[in-house]
Design a protein around this ligand. Structure first.
Ligand code: PMP
Length: 550
């Protein structure tokens, strides 16, 4: 068998929709698209045999129950578990990790130790923090180099009190795989190994027996399945020691008024009604994956990833960007940042790409401790098997067209009357006269050059929360007028800030309140900056300014 990416892509209806004719989807680490068979299976469940499971003896309930148990069996095969009862369905990988952290830590004693890495997704960090606080446990972190945890150092962290090691098998921010397969043999006997395989399952065949882990979690929507469903593998003996997490229907044997007897695994961990349609979708997804040549698929993806990294490396010779990721052992994720001292911001790049209908993601990718070590925010490009070289060519071509106006940033000059920047030469029609979004975008980046760099206000006191980019605003009142100074790394947000300052700076509170910023944005053809995700920056700015002059 071989792998034909074009044929594979044909299975995904999203790419056939007229509105998506130009869509290039490179945000697969956040979620993949779903093939028609997965969608059909969910519709089929609702339209043909929707019923609640396990609770009733009628025909539909039997059909639903048998579907769930059959998908459990498929999942068990998919992960090569020894026993079907080792598979627990959750609402996602986050819920699975909360379950394990919460239940496992109940069995520990104060002072016991948990080892994590600083590259973990928040889903494999925050639940352990919460449990550690509750049970007085100690969190330890593997040392890292350039963000990559050094497994070779694990032994130096181990102690007789080490009871849990929880690690991602691949980083969602930087794409590197971690050799979790070699961990179990070095751990103390009582120590549980928890593996977050969320970013591996779309790309690699995962075998829990050869990894030799106690628990493994996966996020189904990241390997072409539905949202609302995650899988948790727990080795039978590890599950046997685990108290339940949530209480409710399905997870009990006997309920009395003051206490209950709990069911055995897996049902002890599946309180309430599961995401039944999503489980049906998972079943179809596993059948779909089974019909692929996974080895050929992996080879295809690794060639594509090489092409992506090579092209981005080449681009970094002409565009002031740096590549944070490397190809070695990478699941198909590239991350770039604007070069130190350049005026290229990743938020601007992501907006520019969005204008070309190229979906990428910018931010800390729910791995904030990791990204804080690497500059805070990156633009992430993540591949799936339906991507191809043409997608990467389109990405690179769009990035080559990114308008980069030279910066003319000068240090802040404070004066009694001009607290921020002199914007008196600006005319609004410079923007409203532009005839396309590309031209308006360029105009905004030209205006951006008028905003001076203000190192003095780049601190926590002046930081505006709720923006995709870092933004700092200082406020001063003079009599009853309010003046603002704004600084940000995003060129587009700098341009928008110029506009906001034109509208709101130096006004009395009454004048400020009378300005309809949103309508002005619409009149100037900037309505897309009001839309859901982008509005964060703009609205946070205006709200922050309004709060200052109250
Ligand atoms: N772990 C990792 C490594 C992830 O990438 C993600 C999702 N970004 C999660 C956990 C959480 O997965 P879910 O959306 O299924 O809760």
């Amino acid at each position: 068998m071989t792998f034909d990416s074009e044929k594979f892509k044909q299975q995904f209806p999203i790419f056939k929709h007229a509105e998506n004719a130009k869509l290039i989807y490179l945000d697969n680490a956040a979620t993949t698209q779903r093939p028609q068979c997965v969608i059909d299976a969910m519709v089929d469940f609702y339209s043909r045999f929707n019923a609640n499971t396990h609770r009733s003896s009628h025909r539909l309930a039997r059909a639903a129950t048998s579907m769930v148990e059959s998908v459990r069996g498929q999942t068990s095969q998919f992960l090569n578990t020894r026993n079907t009862d080792e598979i627990i369905f959750t609402r996602g990988a986050t819920e699975a990790l909360n379950l394990v952290a919460s239940s496992l830590c109940q069995t520990l004693r104060a002072g016991d130790e948990i080892i994590l890495s600083s590259a973990e997704h928040h889903a494999n960090l925050v639940p352990w923090q919460m449990a550690a606080k509750q049970h007085d446990l100690l969190l330890k972190f593997l040392p890292s180099i350039n963000g990559e945890p050094q497994l070779s150092e694990l032994k130096t962290l181990l102690s007789p009190r080490t009871k849990v090691v929880a690690l991602s098998a691949a980083s969602n921010a930087l794409g590197f795989r971690l050799a979790v397969e070699g961990v179990k043999p070095v751990l103390p006997k009582a120590c549980r190994l928890v593996v977050d395989a969320s970013q591996r399952l779309a790309h690699d065949v995962i075998d829990v027996q050869s990894i030799d882990c106690d628990f493994l979690v996966g996020s189904v929507h990241k390997f072409y399945g539905p949202t609302g469903i995650g899988v948790l593998y727990g080795r039978l003996d590890a599950l046997a020691d685990l108290p339940p997490w949530q209480g409710g229907g399905e997870m009990i044997e006997q309920v009395r008024l003051h206490d209950s007897d709990y069911a055995a695994a897996p049902h002890r961990f599946e309180a309430g009604t599961s995401s039944l349609a999503a489980i049906a979708g998972l079943g179809a997804c596993l059948t779909f994956l089974q019909t692929q040549d996974r080895a050929a698929m992996a080879t295809y993806e690794s060639h594509l990833n090489r092409y992506l990294h090579t092209e981005l490396e080449a681009l970094s010779l002409t565009l002031p960007i740096d590549l944070l990721t490397h190809l070695e052992n990478n699941v198909g994720i590239a991350a770039i940042v604007g070069r130190e001292g350049s005026n290229v911001s990743v938020v601007d790049m992501a907006h520019w790409l969005d204008e070309h209908d190229i979906a990428v993601r910018v931010g800390h990718h729910c791995a904030q401790p990791l990204m804080d070590q690497l500059g805070g925010s990156s633009l992430r490009i993540s591949l799936a098997a339906y991507n191809n070289r043409a997608d990467i060519d389109a990405l690179i071509s769009a990035l080559k067209l990114l308008p980069i106006e030279p910066t003319a940033k000068t240090p802040i000059e404070s004066s009694a009357h001009n607290f921020g920047d002199d914007l008196s030469a600006i005319e609004l029609h410079e923007l409203s006269n532009q005839t396309s979004w590309q031209k308006r975008y360029r105009q905004l980046t030209r205006w951006a050059s008028l905003l001076s760099r203000k190192p003095d206000i780049r601190n926590q006191q002046h930081r505006v929360t709720g923006c995709e980019s870092e933004v700092w605003i200082a406020h001063r009142s003079d009599g009853n007028r309010h003046f603002f100074a704004i600084d940000t790394d995003s060129r587009v947000l700098q341009g928008l800030s110029v506009l906001i300052l034109l509208l709101l700076d130096g006004k009395t509170r009454e004048q400020f309140d009378a300005v309809d910023v949103e309508s002005t944005f619409v009149e100037l053809g900037l309505e897309k900056y009001l839309s859901e995700s982008r509005s964060n920056g703009f609205r946070a700015l205006v709200d922050y300014m309004a709060a200052q002059n109250r």
